[in-house]
Design a protein around this ligand. Structure first.
Ligand code: ZN
Length: 130
């Protein structure tokens, strides 16, 4: 059975994903907990089993947070040469903020884009599928 999808603009899909809302209706919660996806939408009943962001959110966050924290640490070191304890005091709180905060947003975004573009893993088609 083919699902009838409402026509939603890319902008709306992005906003729903970043807000952690259902990519189809925008009303139900996408997450059950901090990073775990809900099994489905409580509002429209969309099954979220299609969603598999994989390591994508972590990769984006690692690249972004790594560039931010290492860049700032290098700049502070070159400009001020603070002691190591001050580096630890500065960067230890920034690392969880720069990684955990965006992780949920990016995961929601990737799932919403996966739904918007109807992206799925490739599947071999055997005789039973024809
Ligand atoms: Zn929904």
């Amino acid at each position: 059975m083919t699902e009838i999808r409402p026509v939603v603009s890319l902008r709306v899909s992005i906003l729903r994903g970043v807000a952690g809302r259902c990519p189809r209706c925008g009303a139900g919660n996408l997450f059950h907990g901090f990073l775990r996806l809900a099994p489905g939408c409580t509002h429209c009943g969309l099954d979220f089993s299609f969603a598999d962001a994989g390591d994508g959110p972590a990769v984006f966050v690692i690249l972004f947070a790594g560039a931010l924290v290492v860049g700032l640490a290098l700049a502070v070191e070159v400009l001020y040469q603070p002691p190591l304890w001050l580096h630890a005091l500065l960067w230890a709180p920034l690392i969880p903020l720069a990684t955990l905060g965006p992780l949920r947003l990016i995961k929601g975004l990737l799932v919403a884009l996966q739904y918007h573009h109807d992206a799925a893993e490739g599947r071999p088609q055997g005789r039973a599928d024809r």
